[in-house]
Design a protein around this ligand. Structure first.
Ligand SMILES: CC(C)(COP(=O)(O)OP(=O)(O)OC[C@H]1O[C@@H](n2cnc3c(N)ncnc32)[C@H](O)[C@@H]1OP(=O)(O)O)[C@@H](O)C(=O)NCCC(=O)NCCS
Ligand SMILES: CC(=O)OP(=O)(O)O
Length: 324
């Protein structure tokens, strides 16, 4: 799962900024990344606080840069640049206030080239982690929205990995048909990076017309649009999860579908379904959940779940910087 990304990081050393420097999970992950020679870590926070937390946890952060926005010597320059980027949407005072917080400070650090990648969200909510990136970093050329996916992995006793991609479980609350097309295409791309050959199911409570209504039409129309936009992709919908996943159910509900019964890339109709769905797979299904991996953003910035542990921080740091 991580071999390719680790090889990339060893061949091309990168720097990652953590917006929540004093958090013990961040400190543990940063100390392991340093020990393993994978990333140069920058910790945002009050120097004394970060050092005290590292000492209390027994984490070695020797040599790591700790940046406190309150004493950052280039803050005036950062404020000026942010005002320019926000183009009339935020005043200098608003930018300075925002930059006193780790989430905005870290994002501007990436924007100004002071770090290659950013990982936050151990204590900040997803909205507070992602909003600075949406406002400052913006979408990649060619993308209309930023979306996200999770890679779900369950390792068998023989070491084999069962892998799925799920999107969008974290960013777009009620995606439009066009948003869903972009989410499907981007999630398929992310799936491929993790060696999943994407077979995309556009999920619903209905299978090919078994239910009726606006939410069914949304997935049906999004499927048609996605097929037209990316004819090279294996994609079908609208499909219930059982029809998408189980070959037995697929035979009953939608025989002949190129995806049903073998889907490995699942696109949810909205964030309620997506966020609940991935957490059920994680907590009841015994899958490791890597993400949310942001897609379509013009810099490698990712969010953590606030329920993350140090292992997840370590792995997400590798994913974030390794996918740069
Ligand atoms: C992502 C999210 C924070 C954006 O909401 P917001 O900050 O209220 O968004 P706004 O409409 O005020 O937009 C803020 C900026 O982001 C941009 N933006 C918002 N959503 C975007 C998206 N999906 N893609 C790209 N840009 C987006 C807007 O264009 C705007 O840019 P501007 O200020 O330069 O004009 C919001 O959609 C959200 O809360 N999503 C759910 C997060 C969550 O709780 N997930 C569950 C746990 S993982
Ligand atoms: C991805 C996600 O659900 O994040 P959180 O648990 O922080 O809300």
């Amino acid at each position: 799962m991580f071999d390719k990304l680790i090889a990339t990081l060893k061949a091309d050393p990168r720097t990652i900024v953590f917006t929540e420097g004093p958090d013990p999970r961040i400190l543990e992950a940063a100390s392991r990344l340093k020990k393993d020679g994978l990333l140069t870590c920058i910790l945002v926070g009050k120097v004394d606080e970060v050092k005290a937390a590292a000492k209390a946890g027994g984490f070695d952060i020797e040599g790591m840069e700790i940046l406190d926005p309150a004493t950052y010597p280039r803050m005036d320059e950062m404020v000026e640049k942010m005002v320019e980027l926000r183009r009339g949407k935020m005043t200098a005072d608003e930018c300075r206030a925002a930059l006193s917080k780790g989430n905005y400070f870290g994002t501007m650090l990436v924007k100004l080239g002071g770090a290659d990648a950013l990982l936050g969200g151990a204590t900040y909510s997803t909205a507070d982690t992602v909003r600075p990136a949406l406002q400052i970093v913006k979408t990649k050329p060619g993308n209309k929205i930023v979306s996200s996916c999770f890679i779900l992995v369950r390792t068998g006793k023989d070491g084999s990995e069962e892998k799925y991609a799920m999107g969008d479980c974290a960013i777009n609350i009620d995606p439009t048909e066009d948003d869903l097309v972009e989410i499907a295409v981007e999630t398929a791309r992310t799936a491929s990076i993790f060696d999943i050959d994407p077979k995309i199911a556009m999920l619903s409570y209905s299978t090919l017309g078994s239910g009726k209504g606006e939410s069914v039409d949304k997935m049906k129309n999004a499927t048609a649009k996605a097929k037209a936009a990316a004819p090279e992709l294996a994609i079908d919908g609208e499909l219930q999860f059982d029809a998408a996943f189980s070959p037995v159910v697929a035979k009953t509900k939608c025989k002949g579908s190129p995806v049903a019964g073998q889907a490995n890339t699942f696109i949810f109709p909205d964030i309620n379904a997506g966020n609940i769905g991935y957490k059920i797979a994680q907590r009841l299904g015994g899958f490791e959940a890597y993400g949310p991996i942001l897609q379509g953003l013009n810099a490698p910035i990712n969010d953590l779940s606030r329920g993350c542990n140090a292992d997840e921080v370590y792995q997400m740091a590798i994913i974030t910087a390794g996918l740069k």
